[in-house]
Write a protein that binds this ligand. Sequence first.
Ligand SMILES: Nc1ccn([C@@H]2O[C@H](COP(=O)(O)OP(=O)(O)OP(=O)(O)O)[C@@H](O)[C@H]2O)c(=O)n1
Ligand SMILES: C[C@](O)(CO)[C@H](O)COP(=O)(O)O
Length: 237
Amino acid sequence: MANKERLFTSVIIPAAGQGRRMNATINKPYLAINGKPILAYTLDVFEKCPLIDEIIVVINKDEFEICRQEVLKPFHYKKIKLVEGGTTRQKSVYNGLLAVNPQTGIVMTHDGARPMIEESVIVKSIHDTMEYKATVVGVPAKNTIKVINAEGFVEYTPNRDYLVEIQTPQTFAYALLKEAHERAIELGIEGTDDAFLVEHLNCPVKIVIGHYTNIKITTPEDLIIAEAIIKRFQKDV
Ligand SMILES: Nc1ccn([C@@H]2O[C@H](COP(=O)(O)OP(=O)(O)OP(=O)(O)O)[C@@H](O)[C@H]2O)c(=O)n1
Ligand SMILES: C[C@](O)(CO)[C@H](O)COP(=O)(O)O
């Protein structure tokens, strides 16, 4: 990856969760903010980004119809392929990895539930991955973080200068991420993000500093925050 020639770039969007913490009547990707589904906001940014060649959206088996009707049909996406999800985020991403175009050189993962991603962060992630092979977007921790024990007592307070809250996109050389997922399957490792699996291969992962607005919509109050951010920063939607 030392030379900077453009590589075919695929993004895998896991959107096959259950949204248990949201506790809504429809699954999170299809909940609307200002009349538009969360997943459509996410897809818009990748669809418009000229560095993204292919978008693999990973969804639940029984949600193909709602995805087609509520997201794909009204918003006219061209680069998208739908793939069935697995029982965990990691399994969903792996299904996506198996479905990418055989030419894929760079693969990015981005939560369907992070609709406020900005194109500049996607572009920086791709550029930095050409150099480092593995990058993750994060923001410096704003709060003091404490490591506790099983009894709920503080063990120690890590230096905040070295704490970053991790988001997505997470971007990798395709062969590296595939190897990391396959090694994790062999070893029975389950991680909450993709970088964790790459870290297990002892491969350095570079941080791309992102934006605090790129929240993951997880609980009901996140919808209020997202609505406010979208109104304030993305008036054209
Ligand atoms: N089996 C799974 C689990 C999660 N995801 C996706 O991974 C992203 C991050 O997961 P999270 O926000 O935790 O979503 P859910 O799993 O839906 O939420 P919860 O844990 O509250 O059920 C989401 O876009 C979600 O749809 C997925 O594709 N497949
Ligand atoms: C990948 C991730 O977005 C990084 O913050 C996150 O770990 C996935 O969501 P979950 O809440 O851990 O399922």
